[in-house]
Design a protein around this ligand. Sequence first.
Ligand code: PEP
Ligand code: MN
Length: 342
Amino acid sequence: MNTDMMLETLQEQLNHIDLELIHILNRREATMREIERAQTGDELAVRSVHEDEVAATLRQSFPALAPAAKPAKSKRTLLVSREARSVDTVLHIKDAVIGGGANCLVAGPCSVESYEQTRKVAAALKENGVRIMRGGAYKPRTSPYDFQGLGVEGLQILREVANEFGLVTISEIVHPAHIETAAQYIDVIQIGARNMQNFELLKAAGDMRMPVLLKRGIAATMEEFLLAAEYIVSRGNTQVMLIERGIRTYEKWTRNTLDISAVPLLKQKSHLPVLVDVSHSTGYKDIMLPCAKAALAAGADGVMVETHPDPASALSDAEQQLTLEQFAEFFAGLKQSGLYRA
Ligand code: PEP
Ligand code: MN
């Protein structure tokens, strides 16, 4: 048999098989309809034990039957990303500047405990040339029995003292309903590590038109961190700063593990200012200065550190807060290192 005749025979065979197939499939379809009529509920009462094999064989013979490959998910360009904005975001908060080449130091007590305590810290900050004071009024504590903060009274103390010494204030807000009131007293809203993925809080901060300091979550990836920032920026509030505050690892000698790689990574991926909190990341006074130096060497725009007039009596984070004298030494050491650009 020559090739042409062979091909003609094969063509006829294929046509015949396909007609048989149509016939068989129609018979199958009719049987299925009978099953549907015979059954009582919606679930099929009878199924072929060969159903999956038949489907697989059909898909093999007729590739067009295979489900179409899902189109690749298009990657959205985040507003916080370098692709969206190549120049660094620089925040001007009163006379303080965050980002854009100069470094900043944010310092203050873990919690605002009293007018006297806060005033002593503010005076020390002023004396040392620090412009930005932190102090918690709403404290997200691990135990419900621990000091929860003075609330609005704490914010009022911060405002009064900041006015006296001409300081910019940062304080943590833990509930969306507190933001509007807090805005009357403070200059920067802090969103803490535990609330980094409190999406309603992020949305409320995004609806404000004031600076937000967003802390990295205890177990947040870089992507999650930037997406949290995106929640704020996507609602029109572009004044966002990121702060690495350590992540939880198996290490116990430090309170958390300072992820120094987060600094250059965030600076590469995002145009937002990046700070490093050396108090909560280490929890260990002796290594705060070298860690602050490492942060600046890695490209951080600023550093945060906690200080208290009498750390031993502090109502929160007593072990990690520097005395005012230790704080002065810390800042002097940072400036002497040549890494701190005033
Ligand atoms: C804080 O800054 O006082 C604080 C509670 O920090 P974090 O949210 O990083 O634990
Ligand atoms: Mn603290």
